[in-house]
Write a protein that binds this ligand. Structure first.
Ligand code: NAI
Ligand code: HPV
Length: 528
């Protein structure tokens, strides 16, 4: 069945065409994002959801999203998506981190000119027939200091344009390296210094707990008198009420805002102040940017839904379309090795170590590790999946370690999973043969060769004559057919294991009888 995608925001129709061309069914409902009840009602019918900023992907929406595999944000900010809730549900969240950055930087520069020359007010006055030539006295931007808070993709494009305008550019960004600052021609400063020196401040950070109200009343009080403030990033970075008061007092000479604490902003503390310029979240709204982000998000979502390729996901490592088919059998192997270990482990897991030997070490092992952890924890937490596994393991204090060794041993690729609890340390290894099927090749240091089957019995016993015959008779008496039988031992008369595929569920009474056989130490049913 073709995957189905819902577009619930005003994306460029270019996205619709891409989905159709790729064979994906698409519903284009550009106003739906504003109707959360309707969205909650129908989201269960879709594998993918493509959005901009109007759609809020809340836990309630996700709870109804029974088929959803991916949310694609045609744009940058994903603060309208509850990422932990999506991750817990195994929903990949991807954005288009560059498609609208030039356009948004240009909007910030446009806002800067508009503020410096009061263009909107001058326009309104002139068109009202007033010709107030003496009312509007602007400021020149050349040689002024622009303070950029958040110098990432957009911030550095703004810096580049401002340097072209012969401005001095200073930036506050804890993650901006001195080398990068030098490279883009900005002076890296601390926030207080930026506040004290900047003639114009422009914000370009995401909205996080750290950046919320980065321009608080206290910060605004530290600015140069007559500063102008531009926010084309996110509402909430500036304390709107404090800014309104500072505009009133003259501490701030003007403000240009594209984004607001509450959107759509139909009322706001900034509205109505002289030299306040507002646009309705238009930063990304150019034909070019909208085309870019729509095409990109549709391609990314299609690649994921059709080929398992992941790019620009904020909650999962990237996997290219070329890597996806190579990874697939190893994801299955890792998940099944994890599941094997998880079904044998009754006590709290302290840590899990996964070693990748040979060719597999060159693949995206992060994805494999997530799959192994998902398999391992699934017997205890049925809802866990490859996307949510790392964060769930972390929450539970399980240490996950990965080791890679590119040199191949007996197998071209070998994955070994070791689980450590208070009582035991248990390792199991597997590989993928040329037929693409995962195999178990080693359990606790004992060599075996078995495939994973829907229903299996795992037995550990002392290597003594008679076990196989007695075991087979018990199963025969119970009417349970043996499909395959794999045996292994560490040495003659030592520890032995049997991994047996059976045609049907293993009844508890039968298991108890197997457990009661002489020389049997442990018998466990396994399902894959
Ligand atoms: N108005 C609009 O329509 C648009 C708004 N945006 C918004 O612009 C913002 C920036 O986007 P990009 O430049 O692409 O993101 P980015 O991730 O490339 O850059 C963000 C920068 O902020 C810095 N940062 C993080 N925490 C900080 C802190 N506590 N203090 C100072 N700096 C901090 C990061 O180190 C990074 O360099 C985002 O919030 C995005 O949602 C993006 C596109 C359109
Ligand atoms: O890309 C972003 O972060 C934006 O804020 C753009 O928002 P929009 O897609 O125009 O609703």
């Amino acid at each position: 069945m073709a995957p189905r995608v819902l577009i619930s925001d005003a994306l460029s129709p270019a996205a619709v065409q891409i989905f159709k061309d790729r064979g994906i069914e698409v519903d284009f409902q550009p106003a739906l994002g504003k109707d959360k009840d309707k969205l909650a009602e129908i989201i269960g019918n879709y594998d993918g959801l493509a959005i901009r900023s109007a759609t809020k992907v809340t836990p309630k929406i996700l709870a109804n999203a029974t088929r959803l595999k991916v949310v694609g944000r045609a744009g940058i900010g994903v603060d309208n998506v509850d990422i932990p809730a999506a991750t817990a549900k195994g929903v990949i969240v991807m954005n288009t981190p560059f498609g609208n950055s030039i356009t948004t930087a240009e909007h910030a520069i446009a806002m800067m000119f508009a503020l410096a020359r009061e263009i909107p007010a001058a326009d309104a006055s002139t068109q009202a027939g007033k010709w107030e030539k003496n009312r509007f006295m602007g400021v020149e931007l050349t040689a002024k200091t622009l303070g950029i808070i958040g110098c990432g993709n957009i911030g550095s494009i703004v810096a580049d344009r401002a340097l072209g305008l012969k401005m001095k550019v200073i930036a506050f960004d804890p993650f901006l390296s001195p080398e990068r600052a030098l490279d883009i021609g900005v002076e890296k400063v601390e926030l207080d210094e930026l506040l004290a020196r900047a003639d114009i401040i422009t914000l370009h950070t995401p909205l996080t707990d750290k950046t919320r109200n980065v321009l608080s009343a206290e910060a605004i009080a530290k600015t140069k008198k007559g500063v102008r403030i531009i926010n084309c990033a996110r509402g909430g970075l500036v304390d709107e009420a404090a800014l309104a008061a500072a505009l009133e007092s003259g501490q701030v000479a003007g403000a240009a805002f594209d984004v607001f604490v509450t959107e759509p902003a139909t009322e706001n503390p900034l509205f109505g102040h002289p030299n306040v310029i507002c646009t309705p979240h238009l930063g990304a709204s150019t034909t070019e940017a909208q085309e870019n982000v729509a095409l990109q998000v549709a391609e990314q979502m299609s690649d994921y839904l059709l080929r398992g390729a992941i790019s620009n996901a904020v909650n999962f490592p990237s996997i290219t379309a070329e890597e996806a088919p190579k990874l697939k059998p190893f994801i299955e192997l890792a998940e099944k090795l994890g599941s094997f270990a998880g079904q044998l482990t009754d006590t709290d897991i302290k840590s899990v170590r996964i070693t990748y030997d040979g060719a597999v070490a060159g693949l995206k092992i992060k994805a494999l590790t997530s799959a192994a952890v998902a398999g391992l924890l699934r017997p205890a937490l049925s809802d866990i999946n490859v996307v949510s596994a790392p964060s769930i393991a972390k929450e539970r204090g399980i240490v996950v370690e990965e080791t890679t060794r590119e040199v191949a041993g007996d197998y071209e690729s070998l994955v070994t999973l070791t689980v450590v609890t208070d009582r035991i340390e248990r390792s199991i290894s597997g590989t993928v043969f040329a037929d693409g099927r995962p195999r178990i090749v080693d359990i606790k240091g004992i060599k075996v060769d078995a495939e994973f089957a829907p229903s299996m019995i795992y037995v550990t016993n002392e290597d003594k004559p008679g076990f196989v015959g007695r075991f087979a008779s018990l199963l025969g008496d119970a009417g349970l057919n043996i499909a395959t039988f794999a045996l292994g031992r560490d040495r003659q008369g030592g520890d032995a294991i049997a991994l047996v595929e059976v045609d049907g569920r293993v009844p508890a009474e039968l298991l108890a009888k197997v457990q009661g056989l002489p020389s049997v130490k442990q018998a466990k049913p396994l399902v894959f």
